[in-house]
Design a protein around this ligand. Sequence first.
Ligand code: LAG
Ligand code: CA
Length: 457
Amino acid sequence: PAHAAPSGNRDVIVHLFQWRWKSIADECRTTLGPHGFGAVQVSPPQEHVVLPAEDYPWWQDYQPVSYKLDQTRRGSRADFIDMVNTCREAGVKIYVDAVINHMTGTGSAGAGPGSAGSSYSKYDYPGIYQSQDFNDCRRDITNWNDKWEVQHCELVGLADLKTSSPYVQDRIAAYLNELIDLGVAGFRIDAAKHIPEGDLQAILSRLKNVHPAWGGGKPYTFQEVIADSTISTGSYTHLGSVTEFQYHRDISHAFANGNIAHLTGLGSGLTPSDKAVVFVVNHDTQRYEPILTHTDGARYDLAQKFMLAHPYGTPKVMSSYTWSGDDKAGPPMHSDGTTRPTDCSADRWLCEHRAVAGMVGFHNAVAGQGIGSAVTDGNGRLAFARGSAGYAAFNATNTAWTRTFTTSLPDGVYCDVANGTFVDGVCDGPSYQVSGGKFTATVPANGAVALHVEAPG
Ligand code: LAG
Ligand code: CA
């Protein structure tokens, strides 16, 4: 049912993890729209638990208390609506992180009030869900080889919704449809593999069409499926896109190890490209199983640039904040636990997406062109063409790589969008002259050079 692809070529997703709605609206207007980003994955907007005793961890969001959109740490319902509209006017879709497998757990606050003031206790959410709306297996998932258990018992102790119940399906669909009515264009389905496929299908089949600006079809959905030998991404691809965690592991190890020469074939054998949402890192892996993250500096930015240059999958760029010590640490916040506005040059906001923004234009300009004419130099260097629309070179070594590349880009001067950006006809990076089908470049250590037809120098 819900599987319309993002419209046009603007399909790149950026995850503005924990950003306030107002800050996202500003970023859509000033940065995301002009650079051609397609969509923002926003943090879960529904009412959630509030845990002052644990210093307001980021993961409050993943314990829903109700589907009210007011008074989360990121702003009001009115702020949310303003963000959706402002981003749409900038050509940027909003994808909501939909937490629909479960409600709250038993943490430092086992009972209400939630962030919008609602009272609750585990298995009891007045006016929404009561005990009969939860699965009967009221214990943690222990045997991850048992598909029934993975889908009907509790993920880290979170009250598992009885998604087989038509009432629960209706209630979840009502929440998602309210978001569609507000202009939301798609959803990340949190913990999708913990929801039986048939139940998820029943929920998604109840969804309305999205805003006409986004084509008016069913919402774009990507399901978080951490595939293993018990549950594969293929169990969910008939319902929409899926997150491809093997891609995350493959690209991260390759760049971490400086072993990138073989990456032209990245993604082969994995989920079909048109169903795969791909990423170098997400908010969980950067904490719990880091391979390559913002702490790795240039090599990490290089991997995100490569993802934007390579044809496999729908890229999702991470943009987060630093933390020290405990991995539950929340974003920069006020003393009451509400999040501070993003300032990319202050606090702990990283704004990683800005470092790779020029490559979004490359991704959009070369859409539909295959990868070809690969050139390597040892294990750590790889350059390739995207038809005659673009050419990119990647250097995952600690020494610069100078050579003359052969390209089918038309002769002319091109903006290097790996080291600068091209917005409103202005190139703010280096430029290169292609003549006679060749150009000579010095690809920086742990850096890239990328030229495409829509960015003259
Ligand atoms: C996800 N995808 O399937 C999210 O990407 C992931 O970030 C969520 O876990 C998880 N599923 C549930 O939506 C996060 C934190 C957990 C946290 C959970 C609920 O990674 O650490 O659990 O959100 O807030 C916390 C405590 C647990 C406790 C649980 C219930 O860490 O020890 O059992 O709350 O009280
Ligand atoms: Ca479940």
